[in-house]
Design a protein around this ligand. Sequence first.
Ligand SMILES: [Zn+2]
Length: 334
Amino acid sequence: MVNYKDLGLVNTREMFKRAINGGWAVPAFNFNNMEQLQAIIMASSETKSPVILQVSKGARNYANQTLLRYMAQGAVEYAKELGCEHPEIVLHLDHGDSFELCKSCVDFGFSSVMIDGSSLPYDENVALTAKVVEYAHKYDVTVEGELGVLAGVEDEVASEESHYTKPEEVIDFTSKTGVDSLAISIGTSHGAYKFKPEQCTRDPKTGRLVPPPLAFDVLDEVMVKLPGFPIVLHGSSSVPQEYVDIINSNGGKLPDAVGIPEEQLRKAAKSAVCKINIDSDSRLAFTAAVRRVFAEKPGEFDPRKYCGPAREEMVKMYKHKIINVLGSDNKLAQ
Ligand SMILES: [Zn+2]
């Protein structure tokens, strides 16, 4: 048993309270490797932002959970070295799909876990989520639950179509389970292909796809039912078209990749939405930078010479999200 407090990590409770009251959102960035983690810590330390390091089941399989825990512990020390005296870093399990997985993360030093029972019948989702909450709260680990289904593909999480969260269920769900935050479905989607072209309109000037707007009416109804309760948005990458263009013009093939416009996320961050998940944008920044190096310098074979530029590009992207989209810069408690 490793307690996250011994690793210098924090849970989400206090930062979510401040985020809701202050009208901003905490960034939740996924990481699978050292360069991503470095970029996240550089960006969040430099901007003095709290940050949630997300680990998916796929990341645990890819990078090994023991190594990931020590990387998160190292991240706390690294943030201090970068001049951030009191960093607020959460180590969070993204899309936990069983009690056993969530328990193992709590026991391994995670400070927050998500139990995603959204694909189960309602009563089973309630029962599973309540069981995880009961265990996690013994160790002061915070828990995120989910109601409603997001479309798209993220590691092992995939669904053909989305189902908006039913606002009439949220009071019953949160009171029966005791979750600390709730992920809802209002039209965001996992992956770099968030919408099919037929769901979008096309900008006549640029020919680019314009996605359908998020269902803010559903969010508003949820906020009326649960005043001041922390809400989470998954699948909130913007899929920056400049990265898609760099990838496509340097041998890649990402036709019609499209994400959530940043002005919609900015609006969400000002509401009770206090955690916004961004994964695909980091993958795109990384891939665009690597493809550019390979196209310009075909003789390059030192991974530092292409992972380094990838890291720089990710730092730029993360800082942009923190400062210009989520508004979490300069929001550390001390
Ligand atoms: Zn997700």
